[in-house]
Design a protein. Structure first.
Length: 297
């Protein structure tokens, strides 16, 4: 699969995950409103008839009903957050700076699992503290997810996704709901970033400054190397004088102060610039480079 297809897959998972989050919030909101309305009507009827046990039963039924709706919403939200987590993970693997969103989904998942456990335990009235703990963890995760969506909007220059991310950060269900809607719409407009072909780096060795040759037969040259390399030999062009010793023979990455011994250089003209040809081995490739040095007796 090409990088662009992989990137499209990551964006698509973020978008479908946002849709599940929209459905989760919508279902929870509608369900809770319906249950509260039904509970209030049932309580009023029981109170009007003087049935105290009916009022208590109505209250317990209301709490259990809310817990069931929260449970269903949490399951749908779990599916959505898993898709969002996968989307962040794919984009992160491509080098996109969305790791904070992936961390947020981890916290959110932990929170949702705790919420589901708490919702199941409300039947015996010990699950509400667990519900609260799950909500707090999910809240922190939601904030980080919102930041992750904002970063996606920044990376792909999509304003709706950035605004959606900001709204997702705000811990109010209605605002989160709008935030995921904006993120969903914005992600539909996002396109993968253009890929830049990576050109292989060509190893380089070149002279820094100008060298000198002394009457004692030594030449001093500074060489820059982009990769480790070996100097095989050196020759002063025109005078046809070959080197008899070179130190160091192995070039390290960066600048290297190289000393070359040519022996008898009395045939050279003072204050004249000469070309010194170096034969160098770079990764098995033999190349010649030209350097310059002034004969200063």
């Amino acid at each position: 699969m090409s990088q662009q297809n992989t990137e499209l897959e990551g964006i698509g998972k973020l978008r479908s995950g946002s849709l599940f989050m929209i459905l989760a919030v919508l279902l929870a909101a509608i369900g809770i409103l319906v249950i509260i309305s039904a509970g209030m009507l049932g309580g009023m009827f029981s109170a009007a008839s003087g049935n105290v046990s009916g009022v208590i039963a109505s209250g317990i039924g209301l709490l259990v009903g809310i817990a069931i709706v929260i449970l269903i919403g949490a399951i749908i939200g779990l599916i959505g957050i898993l898709r969002i987590r996968s989307g962040f993970g794919i984009l992160k693997s491509l080098g996109r700076d969305v790791g904070i969103g992936e961390i947020g989904t981890t916290l959110y998942l932990v929170g949702l699992i705790i919420i589901i456990i708490g919702a199941l335990l409300t039947i015996v009235l010990i699950g509400f503290p667990i519900l609260i703990l799950g909500e707090i963890i999910a809240l922190i995760g939601g904030i980080l997810i919102g930041i992750g969506f904002y970063k996606v909007g920044e990376i792909y220059n999509e304003g709706l996704v950035k605004i959606g991310g900001i709204l997702i950060v705000i811990p109010i269900d209605l605002i989160n709901f709008v935030g995921f809607i904006l993120a969903y719409v914005g992600l539909g407009k996002v396109r993968p970033l253009p890929t830049v072909a990576q050109q292989p780096l060509v190893p380089q060795v070149y002279q820094v400054g100008q060298g000198t040759i002394r009457n004692n037969g030594y030449a001093y040259i500074t060489l820059y190397s982009s990769t480790p390399a070996s100097i095989i030999s050196a020759k002063i062009e025109g005078a046809n004088i070959m080197s008899s010793a070179i130190n160091p023979t192995v070039l390290q990455i960066g600048n290297n102060e190289v000393t070359i011994f040519f022996g008898n250089v009395q045939s050279l003209a003072p204050n004249t610039t000469y070309i010194i040809t170096l034969t160098i081995n770079i990764g098995g490739n033999i190349i010649n480079i030209s350097t310059t040095a002034v004969y200063q007796p």
